[in-house]
Every structure is written in structure tokens, then in C-alpha cells.
Design a protein around this ligand. Structure first.
Ligand code: HEC
Ligand code: HEC
Ligand code: HEC
Ligand code: HEC
Ligand code: HEC
Ligand code: HEC
Ligand code: HEC
Length: 399
């Protein structure tokens, strides 16, 4: 009897194990058999949408999304290059960085104040950040991109050291042989490009750091949220009388979770990747691409944690319909439009504070219910003091 039971158990075990191995192989097979092409936006850049959607195009190019990365130029770099305003001090009294504008371009040069012959210099090639809050700068070296040590901090309107460099330079300062080039070796991976640009072609490993510089499309293009537009464009060029959009994704028609997913790609924090960077397509579910550890989601982040915050609010949970588009039109710059946001609140909360006329002022609901708060991650150190960026808390509620 006992033996028979053990045999059954053993059989069940093997069958289950078999099913497990089978499922695993399906997953591996489907992954292998359907490699998703690297997103080459070149055929459907934002510019190609302009002829037929000029109003959306013209307002979209003023937004943080479109301006979140750009080639370094006098117009895009926010910092001041004039003598006196162009120096970033470091924790080492004899080391500073100078921001230099020359005929060859813009440079960040590390200088020992007591030995002006030992300098190290790299150019600004790419600007990351529209400058709403800050900017970081990158340079190309062959197929790789690296971060420059100095950044621009908008709330104080000044250059400073990028996050993490303060501690790093203090440690580096204790090395017997201090090679300045070591301070220019923070590599840029595909995730940074995924959130702050449209596309780039990779060389070698999809998780690696090698790219084809000419294929880097800066700024967030229309295609990032609408998918490739090539077919849509050629269809409407051939059928100018057609007034229903074909062969293009309109997020408004996706499921709620797909809509949230296409913002979550960049607005849910870093998370742990399940697929290589730049694999996500509009219409995908974010959970197939990322895993988000709970503890990471609890703190406000300078790198976009709005999705998990909103999802915890009663407005989101109990309305059953709220998405990011309930309040935001991403084709427009809506920064500081407090009144507009209050109107959105009042579309659901007609009677809130009706008995307290002092509070019932349509223009400031969010000051109390979505307050601006300091994001504790990535403080920037300036002369030893931490500086933090503020973000509005998307866990709408009573604070
Ligand atoms: C040759 C003209 C043309 C070009 C170029 C064009 N579109 Fe359209 N698009 C249309 C027309 C016509 C419609 C239907 C009317 C409308 O919604 O404006 C449309 C509708 C849309 C819709 C709504 C679809 C829906 O299901 O409701 C989206 C989204 C869209 N286009 C995005 C884009 C993007 C992104 C680009 C650039 C990659 C682009 N379009 C380029 C003509 C064009
Ligand atoms: C590819 C990454 C990416 C996607 C997808 C994305 N965002 Fe963003 N978003 C950003 C970045 C990066 C910024 C910061 C831009 C800056 O100032 O440099 C930003 C800024 C914003 C802002 C601040 C205002 C502004 O225009 O700067 C809002 C609001 C916003 N996003 C909402 C959304 C919503 C809603 C969605 C989904 C429909 C979405 N985003 C999808 C990356 C993304
Ligand atoms: C950050 C994501 C994002 C980007 C980038 C983006 N859109 Fe949209 N777009 C949306 C969302 C979300 C909707 C649906 C809004 C809603 O729910 O009504 C939309 C809707 C549309 C529509 C349908 C009509 C309308 O006005 O709602 C058109 C057309 C369109 N987008 C064109 C463009 C074009 C052209 C660009 C680039 C110049 C662009 N979009 C860039 C997210 C984006
Ligand atoms: C998971 C997506 C994601 C990744 C990865 C990411 N960022 Fe961001 N970053 C954002 C979003 C979203 C914002 C806008 C603030 C917000 O929405 O919370 C932002 C803000 C910024 C800003 C301030 C922009 C401004 O003007 O307001 C800078 C600078 C920046 N990021 C640089 C970087 C650099 C450099 C990297 C890579 C080393 C990087 N980020 C990686 C999503 C990301
Ligand atoms: C799509 C509809 C909708 C929108 C838009 C909306 N809410 Fe709500 N909100 C709800 C629902 C539903 C509840 C839960 C039931 C209730 O209290 O009415 C709620 C609850 C609340 C609560 C109580 C929270 C708690 O934890 O007890 C506050 C405060 C609130 N909302 C403020 C706002 C503010 C401020 C805005 C605008 C920024 C806003 N809501 C936008 C639907 C919405
Ligand atoms: C109930 C309205 C509401 C909803 C829904 C909403 N937001 Fe916001 N969002 C705001 C308000 C209000 C601000 C502050 C705007 C300002 O003062 O410039 C803001 C600001 C932002 C910013 C600028 C950075 C910051 O945090 O201050 C980003 C990015 C953003 N929202 C993304 C999102 C995303 C992504 C979603 C969907 C998960 C979303 N928002 C849903 C009301 C909303
Ligand atoms: C000066 C801060 C402040 C402002 C401004 C404010 N509220 Fe409130 N709100 C509160 C506080 C505190 C509570 C909880 C205690 C209470 O009910 O008075 C609350 C409660 C709420 C609630 C939950 C209780 C209820 O009445 O249903 C909602 C919903 C709400 N507010 C919506 C709004 C909206 C919409 C606006 C803008 C028209 C707004 N609030 C403006 C402070 C504020």
C-alpha cells in the first residue's frame, strides 16, 4: 500500500517536472523563434508625422519628452561657460572641473589647481534632460557613451557634480596614482537611452554597452507611444479621403493596463529587466518586461515612479477608469497648470469641501492632495551639502 502511494507520488512528480520542462522549453523556443527587431525609428521620426498632424507636432516639440535629449549646442546646454561661473569644485581642494566653450565645441576639463599641466578633457556630445529639473551630459568614445562628471542643477541655476561623484572622487583621491581619466568612465547603457531617447542600434550583446552612434535618435519620438508609422503614413498618402486613422496605435483604444504600461516603461522606476532594453512596444504589458520590487516603489524617485504611486490612490482604485491621460495630455507642455489639474479633480469630486468654502477654490486641489515633495534618491552634493529634487506625489490622498 505504502509502495503504491510512493509510486503514485513519484509519477506525479515526474509528470509535473515534465510539464515544467516542457513549458520552459516553449518559453525558450518562442523567445528564440520570434526575435524582436531593434527599433529603428528612422522611417517614422516625429518629423514624418508633421504634414498631417501639424498642430500636435508643433505643441509636442515644446514638451519635456521631445526635449529630453538633444545634441550638445549653445541652445541645449543650460549652464554658463563664462569665466567665474564655469567651475565645479570637488571634495579635493586641488581638483576642479572647468566648463569650457571653444571653437572645437564644449568641454569638461579636470584641472589640478597646483599643476595646470596635468589636465584631462572630454567634449559634451549629448545633453540628457530638458532642463526642467537638471541636465546630464554624455560623450561618445568609439561605440560607447560615457557620462561627464559635471551636471547642471536647475533649482540652483548652477553647475555641480553629478550624483555619486562626490563619494567616488573622495575615494579616488586616496589612490597612490590618481589618473584623471578614471573620473570619465561611467558607461551609459541601453536603459538610459530607452527612457531618454527614441532608439539606437546595438552592436553585440543586447545587454551590452556598444552602439552605432549614427543611429542614435535623440528626444522621445511619436513612435515611442504610437508604434512605427511607416504603414500608416503610406496608407493615408494613398488614401487622402480616408478620415479614420489606420495602421497606427491610438493608446486611447488600448486596455487600461496597456495604457498604463506604455507610461510605466519610463514612469515606474528602474525595476529589474526581464527583456533587453528597447524591447518594449506600445501595446505590450510592462510586467512581461520588468519586475518591480515592492520596496523600490515606496519612495519618490527623480526617475519617474508615478505609476505605482497613482495605483495606490483611492481615486485610481475606486474610479476603475483613471489612467495617466485622465489628467495629462502628453502632446502639450502642462507644467504648473495647477488650475487645469484642479478641473480634472472636480470632474469626479463635484461636492468635495462644499461645506468649507475656504477650501473650495478650484485652482489648488493638488497643493494639498498631490504635494511637491523631495525625492530622497540621487541627491546631488554641492560643497558637501546634499541637494534634492522635488516631485509631485501621485499617491493622491490626504497628507
Ligand atoms: C499622410 C497623412 C498622415 C501622416 C503623415 C500621418 N498621419 Fe496619422 N492620421 C492621418 C489621418 C487622416 C488620420 C485620421 C484622422 C485623425 O484622427 O486625425 C490619422 C490618425 C492618427 C492617429 C489616431 C488613430 C486612431 O485610431 O484614432 C494617430 C495616433 C496617428 N494618426 C499618429 C500618427 C503618427 C505617430 C504619425 C507619424 C509617424 C502620423 N500619424 C503620420 C494621416 C496621417
Ligand atoms: C520613453 C520614456 C517615456 C515614456 C514612454 C513616457 N515618458 Fe513621460 N517623461 C519621460 C522623461 C525622460 C521625462 C522627463 C523629460 C525631461 O524633462 O527631460 C518625462 C516627463 C513627463 C512629464 C512631465 C512634463 C513634461 O512634459 O516634461 C509628464 C506629465 C509625463 N512624462 C507623462 C507621461 C505619460 C502620461 C506617459 C504615457 C502616455 C509618458 N509620460 C510616457 C519619459 C517617458
Ligand atoms: C508619451 C507618449 C506619446 C507621444 C510621445 C506621442 N503621443 Fe500621441 N497620443 C498619446 C496618447 C496617450 C494618446 C491618447 C490620448 C487619449 O487618451 O485621448 C495619443 C493620441 C494621439 C492622436 C489621436 C488624436 C488625439 O488628439 O488624441 C494622434 C493623432 C496622436 N496622438 C499623434 C501624435 C503625434 C503626431 C506625435 C508626435 C509629434 C505623438 N502623438 C506623440 C501618447 C503619445
Ligand atoms: C526607467 C526610465 C529611466 C531611466 C533608466 C533613466 N531615467 Fe532619467 N528620468 C526618467 C524620467 C521619467 C524622468 C523625469 C522625472 C520623473 O518623471 O520622475 C527623468 C529625469 C532625468 C533627468 C532630469 C530631467 C529634467 O530636466 O527634468 C536627468 C538629467 C536624467 N533623468 C538623466 C538620466 C541619465 C543620464 C540616465 C542613465 C544613466 C537616466 N536618466 C536613466 C526616466 C529614466
Ligand atoms: C476619475 C475620477 C477621479 C478623479 C479625476 C479624481 N478622483 Fe479623487 N477619488 C475618486 C474616487 C472614486 C475616490 C474614492 C471615493 C471618494 O472618496 O469619493 C477618490 C478619493 C479621493 C480622496 C480621498 C483619499 C483618501 O485616501 O481617503 C481625495 C483626497 C481625492 N480623491 C482627491 C482628488 C484630487 C485632488 C484629484 C485631482 C488631482 C482627484 N481626486 C481626481 C475619483 C477621482
Ligand atoms: C489626478 C491627476 C493626475 C493623474 C491621473 C496623473 N498625474 Fe501626473 N501630475 C499631476 C499633477 C497635478 C502634476 C504636477 C504638475 C505641475 O505642477 O507642473 C503632475 C506631474 C507629473 C510629472 C512631472 C514630474 C512630477 O512628478 O512632478 C510627471 C512625470 C507625471 N505627472 C507623470 C504621470 C504619469 C506617468 C501618470 C500615470 C501613472 C500621471 N502622471 C497621472 C496630476 C496627475
Ligand atoms: C488647504 C488644503 C486643501 C485643499 C486646497 C483641498 N483640500 Fe481636499 N482635503 C483636505 C483635507 C485636510 C482633507 C481631509 C479632512 C477634510 O475632509 O476636511 C480633505 C479631504 C478631501 C476629500 C475626501 C473627503 C471628501 O470631501 O470627499 C476629497 C475628495 C478632497 N479633499 C478633494 C479636494 C478637491 C477636489 C480640491 C480642490 C477643489 C481640494 N480637495 C482642495 C485639504 C485640502
Amino acid at each position: 500500500m505504502k509502495q503504491a502511494k510512493a509510486l503514485v507520488m513519484l509519477t506525479v512528480f515526474f509528470v509535473l517536472a515534465g510539464v515544467f520542462v516542457f513549458l520552459l522549453s516553449i518559453q525558450v523556443l518562442t523567445r528564440k523563434s520570434s526575435p524582436r527587431p531593434v527599433f529603428t525609428g528612422a522611417s517614422s521620426t516625429s518629423e514624418s508625422c508633421r504634414p498631417c498632424h501639424n498642430a500636435i507636432y508643433d505643441s509636442y516639440i515644446e514638451t519635456g519628452h521631445f526635449l529630453t535629449s538633444s545634441p550638445a549646442a549653445r541652445k541645449s546646454v543650460m549652464g554658463d561657460f563664462t569665466e567665474g561661473s564655469n567651475v565645479v569644485h570637488t571634495p579635493l581642494s586641488d581638483l576642479e572641473f572647468r566648463m569650457e566653450s571653444t571653437r572645437e565645441g564644449f568641454f569638461q576639463t579636470g584641472v589640478y589647481t597646483n599643476d595646470s599641466t596635468a589636465t584631462f578633457s572630454k567634449p559634451f556630445h549629448v545633453v540628457v534632460g530638458s532642463g526642467e529639473r537638471s541636465q546630464t551630459y554624455l560623450f561618445w568614445q568609439g561605440k560607447k557613451m560615457f557620462q561627464l562628471p559635471g551636471m547642471y542643477f536647475t533649482p540652483e541655476k548652477t553647475w555641480t557634480l553629478g550624483p555619486g561623484y562626490e563619494n567616488w572622487i573622495a575615494k579616488w583621491g586616496k589612490l597612490p596614482k590618481k589618473n584623471l581619466s578614471m573620473l570619465y568612465q561611467r558607461p551609459i547603457g541601453g536603459r538610459c537611452i530607452e527612457c531618454h531617447a527614441s532608439t539606437v542600434a546595438r552592436v553585440g550583446s543586447p545587454m551590452g554597452y556598444d552602439f552605432v552612434p549614427e543611429t542614435l535618435e535623440l528626444g522621445i519620438s511619436c513612435s515611442k507611444c504610437h508604434g512605427p508609422g511607416t504603414e500608416h503614413i503610406s496608407f493615408h498618402q494613398k488614401n487622402p479621403e480616408e478620415n479614420k486613422g489606420r495602421h497606427i496605435i491610438n493608446p486611447a483604444r488600448l486596455s487600461r493596463s496597456q495604457q498604463l504600461s506604455s507610461c510605466a516603461l519610463c514612469h515606474a522606476g528602474q525595476g529589474i529587466p526581464r527583456t533587453p532594453p528597447l524591447s518594449f512596444r506600445p501595446g505590450d504589458e510592462i510586467k512581461d518586461h520588468r519586475f518591480y520590487p515592492k520596496e523600490e516603489q515606496k519612495k519618490l524617485s527623480v526617475h519617474g515612479g508615478q505609476v505605482p504611486f497613482l495605483e495606490e490612490s483611492r481615486c485610481f482604485l475606486e474610479s476603475g477608469t483613471m489612467t495617466c491621460s485622465t489628467c495629462h495630455n502628453v502632446h502639450e507642455d502642462q507644467t504648473d497648470r495647477t488650475e487645469l489639474f484642479s478641473q480634472k479633480c472636480l470632474s469626479c469630486h463635484v461636492n468635495s469641501h462644499i461645506d468649507k468654502p475656504s477650501l473650495n477654490q478650484g485652482d489648488r486641489c493638488t497643493t494639498c492632495h498631490m504635494p511637491d515633495q523631495k525625492a530622497p534618491n540621487l541627491p546631488v552634493f554641492h560643497e558637501g551639502e546634499p541637494w534634492y529634487l522635488s516631485m509631485s506625489n501621485h499617491r493622491i490622498g490626504i497628507f
